[in-house]
Design a protein around this ligand. Structure first.
Ligand code: GLP
Length: 263
């Protein structure tokens, strides 16, 4: 796990967006795994800006979103499709048919979850998976105690997640308790993973993700099993890391190697 300690939210978004654009340059048929929530918004803004400046062509890109609430009608403004349209898809030239979400309406959901996984494989697997993290350590909607090998499926949201996400719902408005999410196994199949975390609310989840044992009680800790994961953390989310000094020193030495063009 590579830890990058950043001082401004914008710096993390810039670093991740630059990495995505660099990969897109090398591979026009890039396959992206995408997250929702407030955390990745800066990345999407920078990707959209790059496209508007004529610097990024998404016409051959495929995207797979991590998760979606079950049974929210298409176009519902709390839905993750709506969120992605608002923040990214309507600002770039990705063909609609290249945008993929796990099945979240209708019947035969288990079979369609398998088809979603097959579609990822058909286009060559996810090159870069963008992640945020829940305050209880969830990635996607893989709540604590999810199998570390899980695949795309329906999950019941925990009370903690429902409370955290209640800020998006008006009083009395129906808040879904079920969601469809890529599994932890699905996420770990990505070639590269980038996870951003901002704010003290995430510090316990980040401590358990980075320094805790690999355990389903913190789904983020499964990322310790992945060979190419980078975490971009602000000072507040990193505040409970015991080895912070070591990560700072490692970051300085590695960036020196990068500047010398040796990495
Ligand atoms: C939701 C999403 C996650 C996201 C998390 C954190 O529960 N399913 O993918 O990482 O929220 O959200 P935020 O970035 O708003 O803190």
């Amino acid at each position: 796990m590579r830890i990058v300690l950043t001082h401004e939210l914008d710096q993390a978004a810039e670093l991740v967006a630059t990495e995505i654009l660099r990969q897109l340059d090398k591979k026009p048929k890039l396959v992206l795994g995408l997250a929702t929530g407030s955390t990745p918004v800066g990345i999407y803004r920078k990707l959209a800006e790059a496209h508007q400046r004529g610097k990024a062509d998404f016409s051959r890109v495929h995207t797979f979103n991590l998760d979606e609430y079950l049974d929210l009608p298409a176009g519902h403004e709390r839905g993750y499709r709506y969120f992605m349209d608002e923040h990214l898809f309507q600002h770039i030239n990705i063909p609609r048919e290249n945008i993929h979400f796990p099945p979240s309406e209708g019947s035969d959901l288990e079979r369609r979850c398998v088809e979603f996984e097959e579609r990822i494989l058909e286009v060559g697997g996810i090159d870069i998976q963008v992640l945020g993290i829940g305050s209880n350590g969830h990635i996607g909607f893989n709540e604590p105690m999810s199998s570390l090998c899980s695949r795309t499926r329906i999950k019941t949201l925990t009370d903690k997640t429902l409370t955290d996400n209640s800020r998006f719902y008006a009083e009395g408005e129906h808040q879904p308790e079920l969601a469809v999410t890529m599994g932890i196994g699905t996420i770990l199949d990505a070639r590269k993973i980038v996870l951003q975390a901002f704010g003290a609310k995430k510090s316990e989840a980040i401590r358990a993700t980075v320094e805790g044992p690999v355990s389903s009680s913190c789904p983020g800790s499964a990322l310790q099993l992945h060979p190419a994961t980078t975490l971009y953390l602000d000072p507040d989310s990193a505040s409970q890391l015991r080895e912070r000094k070591y990560y700072e020193r490692a970051q300085q030495l590695q960036s020196k190697l990068r500047q010398e063009g040796r990495l």
